[in-house]
Design a binder for this molecule. Sequence first.
Ligand SMILES: CC(C)(COP(=O)(O)OP(=O)(O)OC[C@H]1O[C@@H](n2cnc3c(N)ncnc32)[C@H](O)[C@@H]1OP(=O)(O)O)[C@@H](O)C(=O)NCCC(=O)NCCS
Length: 185
Amino acid sequence: MFADSSHVILRDRQLRDLPVLTRWLTDPGAEWRRWDAPYFHAETTTETMRAYVDHLAQTPPDPDEQVIDLNGECVGMVNRSEESPGGGGWWDLGILIYDPRHWGGGVGTRALARWVADTFTWTDAHVVTVTTWGGNERMIGAARRVGFRECMRVREARVVDGRRYDSVRLDLLRSEWRARAGTLG
Ligand SMILES: CC(C)(COP(=O)(O)OP(=O)(O)OC[C@H]1O[C@@H](n2cnc3c(N)ncnc32)[C@H](O)[C@@H]1OP(=O)(O)O)[C@@H](O)C(=O)NCCC(=O)NCCS
């Protein structure tokens, strides 16, 4: 099913989002876990997610972490972290849409485009990256649509369901984004 991606915004986390976030993030059987870094041990991911949800409940919204809002509903999150050293101008971006019903319909492309714009507006980023694995074609496709291009591939570095995949990184320069700005609503 194709999601209607027309009303995708990024916003601060609100109290009303917590039950949704808790449900999706702490479900060890959630489909997204087969795609978002599935090469990490499942038990470790479950523990990390529980601690993360507790952290979300106890801390105010963070500008480096926004909720993806589709037609008023929290459907996922984006985040970013600065690669060391601080001030070096390199930020790595993350994106997660929880429900497979919302995949493959352009929501991720729109949310990522907005997150790139936010990052270039509010940080001194010179370049942004997205890091994934070769089997995650939706992530690679969405990043390419936003203007990212592959900058690093470590061959056969990740094991998923007993099969080896490349570790893949894509990058986008501020100058390239500026040249494309406005092409993705
Ligand atoms: C990765 C993710 C954010 C992408 O968002 P999305 O809304 O599904 O992506 P979009 O629909 O905007 O774009 C997907 C791209 O992949 C293509 N695509 C869609 N379904 C696909 C499939 N089953 N297999 C391969 N490619 C697919 C789309 O056609 C599009 O690329 P194109 O325009 O070049 O054809 C989302 O799927 C998600 O959160 N997945 C689970 C968690 C995850 O993997 N997070 C990323 C971790 S690095």
